[in-house]
Write a protein that binds this ligand. Sequence first.
Ligand code: ADP
Ligand code: MG
Length: 282
Amino acid sequence: MNDTVVVDDVSKSFGRSRALSGLSFTARKGVTGLLGPNGAGKTTLMRLLATVLAADSGRVRLLGWNPVYDRLEIRRRLGYLPQEPAYQRGFTVFEFVDYVAILKEMVDRRARHDEVRRVIGEVGLADVSGKKIRTLSGGMRRRVGIAQALLGDPELVLLDEPTAGLDPEQRLRFRALISRIGENRTVLLSTHQTEDVAALCERAVVLKDGRCVFAGTPEELRGVARGRVWQSPRRAGVLSWRTGEGDFRNIGSPPADATLVPPTVEDGYLLLLDGDKVEAAV
Ligand SMILES: Nc1ncnc2c1ncn2[C@@H]1O[C@H](COP(=O)(O)OP(=O)(O)O)[C@@H](O)[C@H]1O
Ligand SMILES: [Mg+2]
């Protein structure tokens, strides 16, 4: 397969704090989910891929280009939704997206306006195009952020926690939108919602302490917890919580007489993050 994103042994520090520590992974066309707890390095990685930051060491190739030498070539083919976008809240949706389009060097006014209308339609905001961003709900504002990331039909789309703060209905609409976008592009989205990854992503990458601790399909991530999740009337295992039915769901090394239950993607993820603790407790 053709890897559109190659990250090889990349490190990045801020002062004495190491955000990325010998990180390696690859991505290709389709939707790849970047999972990891707060502080794992997801945003740092996104900013690096968006060519906002440079790596201290290691190699990066994006769409065949090297960000050290070909930053402009990459930026022309890139859409980026930062974790905390700076919206011009007094602008209308149209004005804001148009403003980003100008920054993206779309100089022909008519072609630019057509493109702005196209991406606003793509995220389902045509009806509120003339409304001020300040008056929109959080979910709509998030879609404005996605719209600007789609300007110019980029080959690589980076979305940093696009589902944070969305309600379940908005999250469903969002998934439909992203899977459409991922049909012919490379989409990398960071999240700490394993359901997003299970529902939407062809591949998952799990970051922990600035390293990649897993790369594979959501099904393979689920497989990490196979044979290690069981239900019992009492608390057991290293991770354990009471379910709605009153029993405890336990993750770890099951006792011989345990009633094993099928693992979820979240079980696999939790086991990867807390694996050291799980092993230590056996
Ligand atoms: N600009 C910065 N200055 C100092 N430390 C930073 C900066 N950006 C990130 N970090 C640190 O790098 C680590 C990874 O952060 P981040 O990439 O934001 O993780 P995530 O997005 O997964 O929560 C954290 O320890 C964070 O405090
Ligand atoms: Mg982040």
